[in-house]
Design a protein around this ligand. Sequence first.
Ligand code: NCD
Length: 309
Amino acid sequence: MSLIYPDMRHILTTKEFTTEFIDQIFGIADNADSFNSPLRGKIMASLFYEPSTRTRFSFETAMLRLGGHIITGDNMRETSSVSKGETLEDTIKVLNNYVDVIVLRHYEAGASTKAAAISDIPIINAGDGSEEHPTQSMLDLYTIKSELGRMQDYTVAIVGDLKFGRAAHSLIYLLAKYPGVSFKLVSPAELRLPQEIKDFLGSNNSPYEELEDLSSCIKNIDVLYQTRVQRERFEDQKVYEAVKDKIILTRELVSEMRNSAIIMHPLPRVNEIPAVVDTDHRAIYFKQTKYGLQIRKALLLYLLGHIGV
Ligand code: NCD
């Protein structure tokens, strides 16, 4: 295994990923199981100020499987010195003395960028408010590559909460790096994609169409990426209640999809994909979580200097 000095020191936003970087991470992910404890002696801290199942557990599993160690801060908003008034920057400075890499999930947009500005060790953005979730998008694209067989020339419907969904935001920036990707942005009118991201698609010459239901595009898409309406981001729960069930991927809709299409979801799902859809051959959202482990192993190997064979 060769040791190189990575040029990406932190993982903050998919906007800054190059296609060369993506290829490199995917190449490591393909071989991530062939290394023998390469991260022995290294320590990863997971600092989670918001709930998580997959992101924290898959990063922690990845680190342990690579021979490293973890320290974990769950529910940090209540359990860390933040509750006494400590700033995020101070917490990060202290952790710099203890560990080799930090995986950070925070409720504030831009928190990881703020942390990276004062950190000598790599910061991995595991979700910052409703802004971005870049490692989710890396595993999403790796899933598309593996299951659809290509990263260009297809139509993707991104569905659900496009306003608050950080997984959707990072994914759009990432998928738009490849030619021939056409977007259907399907959401209730109240949960449309922020203008800034639509402007990005426009300036990137990525074709996109905004829709309020799935029926007009369901027959013509290759990838359906469903997302949860982000209840915790609504100031008024009445507004949440009014929009939460507007777009449901019913079995009837699924039956109209192309046979070769794939159905993805970052999870957790609430009721936007009923459980009866799970057995459809196009539903790959649980397989997607397995690809997540490979991608998170690859990112840790890359950031900690073990990039490949
Ligand atoms: C997503 C998140 O936290 O943004 N979950 C995840 O990491 N797989 C999606 C969500 O919470 O809806």
